[in-house]
Design a binder for this molecule. Structure first.
Ligand code: ADP
Length: 406
């Protein structure tokens, strides 16, 4: 039987899709619809014969998904012949309600809608994706995979913020954590590379992409993570500040008269590496740094220092660490970040091998020195494959929503 899953990831003005074989991870095709609702949309479709780019009006997410289906029809593979088993959706915020993937039905849509206040930037777009995919694929099972679900194992003392009881009880203010599908995929692959059962290994995983986060994983369970109520907390990211004194927004409001929306926007969209260097793309920062740019030098140092601080903190949380694992765009492709962040940690048993570390691997790879007590690994993440796998697992379990973790 086919194991093909159509994976959909909707943003406010974009829709990413891929057709994935959940057994092998093979991507039959993928693509991106950008500039939804901004006049002319741009569709980029990758099929067996290469890349196809089309511009056409895309007013909303329904037209975006229709444009993706047209791209499949025109450039292949034919969805009609593909025998798709299910549609898997990435949903950013599942609150405390979802600790595992769940079948999409009216009740789930209502629950995700209720969570919009916790993720006003993400969940509305994800809901659009659920709505239009149900409309265009009425006969296919649909499954929601939540970015937060992996972290529902956090102990109470790790997810609780020290704030008044009513904030916590009445407004669900707590740490949730994100990048869950990536952590699920990477932690399993890391344990495989170490040749040990996942239940027996302790990992510090650093997901360094546009968004960046760190997670302490004990025997396959997330026990601490750097993102919080929203993806803003923690490491320095492409455009997000990560940690800062919670008094800064009030200070800005008092000093500059900025509204909360303006401050929120600036901390999410024009801070992080962009705020420090003017550029959120790590490759640009590295070119500037090579040219001696002072802002790029400082940006790099701040970025790596924050990672080092979290590695130390999570080392203490776990007590014993088997491996530090780097993943996502920067984690996989920037040896200099791995080297700088972990330099001088020999006393903690972390010893990189400069030559081994000089790689941008496309498969799980050891980059620590022979005999390093703590292994350092680079593990390419594959969130689409993980979503496809989790989607099929729910479908194959055959359960309704009540059997899938709610
Ligand atoms: P997303 O969070 O959008 O999935 P990615 O995991 O693709 O992001 O990571 C994007 C980041 O990875 C960008 O900052 C990009 O500059 C960086 N990146 C990609 N390739 C390289 C490379 N060869 N060297 C350094 N950084 C890279």
């Amino acid at each position: 039987m086919s194991a093909l899953v159509l994976v959909i990831n909707t943003g406010s003005s974009s829709l990413k899709y891929s057709l994935v074989d959940a057994d092998s991870g093979e991507k039959r095709a993928d693509g991106l619809v950008e500039r939804i609702g901004e006049g002319t949309g741009v569709i980029t479709h990758h099929a067996a014969d290469g890349e196809h780019r089309v511009e056409r009006p895309v007013a909303d997410h329904e037209q975006a998904l229709r444009a993706a289906l047209d791209a499949f029809a025109e450039h292949g593979p034919s969805l009609h012949d593909a025998d798709i088993r299910a549609v898997g959706h990435r949903v950013v915020h599942g609150g405390a309600r979802f600790s595992s993937p769940a079948r999409v039905d009216d009740e789930l849509i209502e629950a995700v809608t209720e969570l919009v206040p916790l993720a006003p930037l993400h969940n509305p777009a994800n809901l659009e994706g659920l709505r239009v995919a149900r409309k265009l694929f009425p006969d296919l099972p649909q499954v929601a995979i939540f970015d937060t679900a992996f972290h529902q194992t956090l102990p109470e003392h790790a997810y609780t913020y020290a704030v008044p009881r009513s904030w916590r009880d009445d407004h669900q203010i707590r740490r949730y954590g994100f990048h869950g599908t990536s952590y699920a995929f990477v932690s399993r692959a890391a344990a495989d590379l170490l040749g040990r059962p996942l239940e027996e290994v302790n990992l510090i995983v650093l997901h360094l992409g546009n968004g960046c986060s760190a997670t302490a994983i004990e025997g396959g369970r997330s026990v601490e993570t750097s993102m919080g109520l929203t993806p803003l907390e923690g490491l320095v990211m492409g455009t997000r500040s990560g940690d800062l004194d919670p008094a800064v927004p009030a200070h800005l409001h008092r000093q500059l008269g900025w509204s909360l929306e303006e401050i929120d926007d600036a901390l999410n969209k024009t801070s992080g590496l962009k705020g420090l260097t003017g550029h959120n793309d790590f490759r640009t920062l590295e070119k500037l740094r090579a040219d001696g740019d002072e802002d790029a030098r400082l940006g790099f140092e701040v970025y790596c220092h924050r990672i080092r601080k979290y590695v130390g903190a999570y080392y203490a949380v776990l007590g014993h660490v088997d491996a530090v694992v780097f993943t996502a765009g920067v984690g996989q492709n920037a040896p200099q970040v791995r080297a700088r962040s972990l330099s001088g940690l020999e006393r903690l048993g972390v010893v990189l091998d400069a030559e081994r570390n000089d790689v941008r691997p496309d498969r799980p790879t050891v980059v620590s020195a022979e005999g390093s007590e703590v292994a350092v690994l680079v593990v390419p993440t594959n969130e689409e494959w993980e979503i496809a796998r989790q989607t099929l697992a729910v479908v194959d379990a055959g359960g309704g929503p009540d059997d899938t973790g709610r």
